[in-house]
Design a protein. Structure first.
Length: 364
């Protein structure tokens, strides 16, 4: 594609349902995509992953990352695509050495436990250390339907820090929470450093072709309100504000799981949309954030392991609960799980597509 046709394709994508909904403009249908839409519930994903051998090779080979990113778009025609990568790639290239052991989840060879560990962290150049990610973004952009927006993403500084301190997944995040309490200055430096590196990383994804960005604060909900403000919210706010200054047209979605208590503060960061989990109703979230941000969510992923009738009803309830007016992107309240039968996602998508109400009629 030459430069002028790629510029006009980008302009057309700005008018897609997904991008319009994020700007809270009227749309003909509620746009839909699913967190973890490229993943183990899809047989074609499992085949590509087997071909790659392991997760890091899959994410680190642009052609394979592109292949799995496109699979859910080809199968379901979602309104947005999300880069296939992982929030743990950034700490991996900062020298912590990530590995995935089957059945055990992510593990880091090195962890952050002392102020010196924080001081010694490098600042990766995203076009260099994460070149494969940027090449994947470029390739996906070329291969995706021209009208389908591509979402780039990263973990929030706090959520990424939990893995760096714990050395992997955790049930109670005790080491990470203790680090905040016992070494608050080092913890603040870690968050600030991650915020800077994450900003560079996301800006590079935009330069490579991402149309929108999402920050995942999957573990913001384990913090007390004051620790959340100091160590999670502030890091996200600085990322959002720097990116917004440089790219006011690139919408940013914040997903902070288990953080219903903080919706107003999250909306005040300057982001365009909030991802909502299923423990809050969309109508309540809407009442609280007003017209400041769009909302994305919030079907409980476990609904997708139920019968077609249960799925249809739950989807309709979610759409009804959002109610009239623009600004809704349909999604799950968290990632799709590997046990979901792929045909259940057909039921979900069809129900969203067939849903009719006054809010779906564009005013123009
Ligand atoms: O093939 C496999 O078995 C690996 C499973 C898997 C997948 C499909 C992992 C390992 N990462 C991914 C891809 C991924 N991860 C994507 C792109 C796919 C898509 O959305 O279509 C995204 C956006 C992520 C983000 C991610 N990774 C988050 C934030 C979102 C969330 O789910 O809360 C987190 C916390 C991770 C860490 C991670 N990656 C993988 C695992 C097993 C984990 C640990 C999760 C945990 O600690 O419980």
């Amino acid at each position: 594609m030459n430069e002028s046709s790629s510029t006009s394709a980008r302009m057309n994508r700005r008018e897609s349902r997904f991008m319009r909904a994020l700007r809270r403009e009227p749309v003909d249908q509620t746009p839909i995509w699913l967190m973890r839409q490229a993943g183990r519930y899809l047989p074609e994903y499992r085949a590509t992953r087997a071909k790659a051998g392991d997760f890091l090779t899959l994410a680190g080979t642009p052609e394979l990352a592109c292949e799995v990113t496109l699979q859910p778009i080809q199968r379901y025609g979602f309104d947005a695509s999300i880069l296939f990568s992982d929030i743990l790639i950034l700490p991996h290239v900062m020298g912590l050495e990530l590995s995935f052991t089957p059945g055990e989840g992510p593990k880091f060879a090195r962890t952050i436990r002392h102020p010196d560990d924080v001081r010694n962290l490098p600042t990766p150049d995203p076009m260099n250390e994460t070149r494969a990610v940027m090449q994947a973004v470029e390739l996906i952009r070329q291969e995706l339907p021209a009208e389908t927006p591509l979402i780039g993403f990263a973990g929030s500084p706090w959520t990424v820090a939990t893995y760096m301190i714990e050395g992997g997944s955790s049930k109670d995040f005790a080491k990470a929470r203790r680090f905040l309490l016992q070494q608050p200055e080092a913890a603040e430096h870690l968050i600030q450093h991650l915020a800077r590196c994450t900003t560079d990383y996301l800006l590079a994804q935009v330069a490579s072709g991402a149309d929108a960005l999402m920050l995942f604060d999957s573990w913001g909900g384990v913090l007390s309100p004051s620790l959340f403000h100091r160590f999670s919210l502030n890091g996200m706010k600085s990322i959002v504000q720097t990116i917004q200054q440089q790219h006011p047209d690139v919408p940013i979605i914040l997903f902070a799981k288990g953080c219903a208590f903080h919706l107003e503060a999250l909306a005040d960061t300057g982001c365009q949309a909030l991802g909502i989990d299923w423990t809050t109703t969309l109508s309540d979230a809407r009442r609280r954030v007003g017209d400041r941000v769009a909302l994305q969510g919030n079907l409980d992923p476990v609904v997708l392991t139920s019968s077609a009738a249960v799925i249809e009803q739950a989807v309709q309830d979610t759409l009804d609960d959002y109610g009239e007016g623009p600004g809704h992107v349909f999604n799950l309240g968290h990632g799709i799980t590997p046990d979901v039968p792929p045909e259940h996602v057909d039921v979900l998508v069809e129900t969203v597509r067939n849903y009719r109400s006054g809010k779906l009629t564009p005013s123009t």
